[in-house]
Design a protein around this ligand. Structure first.
Ligand SMILES: NC(=O)c1ccc[n+]([C@@H]2O[C@H](COP(=O)([O-])OP(=O)(O)OC[C@H]3O[C@@H](n4cnc5c(N)ncnc54)[C@H](OP(=O)(O)O)[C@@H]3O)[C@@H](O)[C@H]2O)c1
Length: 259
């Protein structure tokens, strides 16, 4: 057996369909690209059309199958519409990646109902609703992969965790609840836990060289994360190779969490 066919048996996503929320930017964009290049047909979901179009154009130019759906995942109706539109493109998904997320950082005492509600809607409710929509079908078909992107703040308070940290802590619990429900039917549910990754999400922080250097020093690898650092872990969690890994939080953080 050649190493190519061995690797392809383990990791190929040929014939799989993936939905990646937040797939137009940062970590989600890198994951969408990785899944598509590993063989999956990928639908990315976010709000801003220019970013969606640019991502899909890049992937299709590379020979990948990709499409986009523009939707606001901050409302339940938006999530429902997005799910139906996404499933209509390449069929019901085998892989769901929840990377869409927001981090609004008001001081704890000034955290408004609105910020709380929006944070929970995008970071926690949308992954729940999409899982409820797609999980049972995956279980019925005997294969599925649900991957959530959480945060260090699911595990420790850090740079004004506020509502964001609460939503990410709950998202890790959601992965375990989903894993309990569906793993025996071939549907694994896990989370990837980033450290500090240079993306548009934390533009304010990443434009301050001193803070960037201080954060890099807190890792063991000696640098902050790049969106591309998530490619390998995402393909692993989306593939057949990870069939016995479920309910886990996998840290892709350069050792930040153990330093
Ligand atoms: N960067 C980090 O250091 C870091 C650290 C820990 C965890 N994370 C997590 O990693 C995930 C990805 O973050 P990132 O850094 O890659 O951020 P990013 O570059 O800002 O990307 C966020 C994505 O989510 C989409 N999105 C946001 N609100 C949405 C809404 N209401 N409806 C639909 N789509 C929405 C955005 O597109 P539109 O704006 O066009 O909608 C974009 O595609 C997030 O869950 C974040 O919490 C990031």
């Amino acid at each position: 057996m050649s190493s190519d066919s061995y690797l392809s048996d383990l990791f190929s996503l040929d014939g799989r369909v993936a939905v990646v929320t937040g797939g137009s930017s940062g970590i989600g964009r890198a994951i969408a690209g990785a899944l598509a290049r590993a063989g999956a047909s990928v639908v990315i979901v976010a709000r801003k059309e220019p970013d969606l179009v640019a991502t899909v154009e890049e992937l299709t130019a590379d020979g990948c199958r990709a499409a986009w759906v523009s939707a606001d995942l901050g409302t339940r109706d938006g999530v429902r519409a997005a799910a139906e539109q996404a499933a209509a493109v390449f069929g019901e998904p085998d892989i769901l990646v929840n990377s869409a997320g927001i981090n609004l950082r008001p001081p704890m005492g000034e955290l408004s109902d609105e910020v709380w509600d929006t944070t929970m809607a995008v970071n926690l409710e949308a992954p729940f609703l999409l899982g409820r929509r797609f999980g049972p079908g995956m279980a019925e078909r005997g294969f599925g992969r649900i991957i959530h992107i959480t945060s260090q703040q699911a595990h420790r308070a850090f740079v004004q965790s506020g509502a964001y940290g609460v939503s990410k802590g709950a998202l890790e619990s959601l992965a375990r609840s989903q894993a309990e429900a569906w793993s025996s039917h071939g549907v694994t549910c896990n989370t990837l836990v980033p450290g500090f990754v240079m993306t548009p999400l934390n533009e304010r922080l990443s434009s301050d060289p001193e803070k960037v250097a201080a954060l890099a020093a807190r890792t063991l690898v000696g640098r902050n994360g790049l969106a591309e650092d998530f490619a390998g872990a995402a393909v692993f969690l989306a593939s057949g190779a990870s069939g016995y890994v479920t309910g886990q939080s996998i840290f892709v953080d350069g050792g930040f969490s153990v330093h």
